[in-house]
Ligand binder design. Structure first.
Ligand SMILES: N[C@@H](CCC(=O)N[C@@H](CS)C(=O)NCC(=O)O)C(=O)O
Length: 320
């Protein structure tokens, strides 16, 4: 692990000493927007953009799911990094299910950041949405990339996973899920004091109970319509039992032990566009071999065996 400082790669982990052992996520720095009319300088044309992802990474996986849901697979090309983050960060070294950097044949992802800004200072994260026309990074913030994919492209289908009339409710649930669950597992896993861990752990499992309850009488997080809120929760749920229970010590319960979450997870997994973005080998190796500070031996547990293709009852239960 490391980061770029003034365009130079520096090997360094997360520094939690200054924050009482708490993990504080840094803000993404590339925050431009693709728009249909091109008023932002980035018009949503087919073939113009390239997406860099890791299949281990929940944030990157959000963008792959929305690319599928919006039918943009032939419009936005993709490169998949090696799932195991090295001392040089993400690499394009050969690994089953990964690809080379098909755009510029880089060895390390940080080279892509340097092409966009040779003086860049900051973390080198996935996902990255790259503009082939201006040779720039449009965005490295997944929550914004999925909004652009939803409504900023003139290609793909017209489905809207962030409908105007549901926006307020979607934003509210997103804020809760992001803080307590998506980022909550990282706060628990990267905590370096007992107190910071316990705070994150308690918040996480309290929040999962709230969500489990919410899903008692509705198929999705916001009523009976699939929205971006479900995409954002799914990527954490699908990693939970295979990775977070172990490596991040989020072990009060598995997702499988809740009342409604297991079927909700299977429902989404089996929805076209979701399950085919999930690569358990990348997830397990990414987490157990990519965080030497938490798992110094790099041993990857053999279990658990999960099968999210088992039947669920949620489509029948809600009559849709
Ligand atoms: N806020 C970013 C976070 C992305 C992120 O943290 N990605 C992780 C992988 S799961 C990463 O690339 N980490 C490398 C690092 O922090 O050095 C987003 O949602 O796009």
């Amino acid at each position: 692990m490391g980061l770029l400082i003034d365009g130079k790669w520096v090997k360094q982990g997360y520094d939690t000493l200054k924050t009482g052992g708490r993990f504080i996520r840094t803000e993404s720095q590339f925050r431009k927007f693709v728009t249909k009319d091109g008023s932002s300088g980035f018009r949503g044309d087919s073939g113009r953009y390239h997406l860099y992802v890791s299949l281990a990474c929940p944030w990157a996986s959000r963008t792959l799911i929305v690319r599928n849901l919006k039918g943009l697979q032939n419009d936005i090309s993709v490169s998949v990094v090696n799932p195991i983050s090295s001392e040089n960060g993400w690499t394009f070294e050969e690994y089953e299910g990964s690809t080379p950097d098909t755009l510029s044949n880089s060895r390390f992802l940080y080279e892509v950041y340097l092409k966009a800004n040779p003086e860049y200072t900051g973390r080198v994260t996935v996902p990255v949405l790259w503009d082939k026309e201006t040779n720039a990074i449009v965005s490295n913030e997944s929550s914004e990339i999925i909004l652009m994919m939803n409504s900023g492209f003139s290609c793909g289908n017209d489905l809207n996973f962030n409908p105007e009339e549901k926006k307020a409710e979607i934003d509210e649930i997103n804020a809760f899920v992001y803080d307590k669950i998506n980022n909550g597992v990282y706060k628990a896993g990267h905590a370096t004091t007992q107190q910071a861990y316990e705070e994150a752990f308690t918040d996480l499992f309290d929040a999962l109970e709230v969500i489990d309850q919410r899903l008692e009488n509705q198929r999705y997080l916001v009523g009976n319509t699939l929205t971006l809120a479900d995409v954002r929760l799914f990527v954490t749920l699908v990693r939970f039992d295979v990775a977070y229970v172990g490596i991040f010590k989020c072990n009060l319960k598995r997702i499988e032990d809740f009342k409604n979450l297991p079927e909700y997870l299977r429902d989404l997994y089996q929805t076209p566009g979701f399950g085919d973005t999930v690569n358990f080998d990348h997830i397990k190796n990414g987490y157990y071999r990519g965080f030497g500070n938490i798992n110094p031996t790099g041993i990857v547990p053999l279990g658990p065996i999960v099968d999210y293709t088992r039947p669920h009852n949620r489509d029948r239960a809600y009559g849709i």
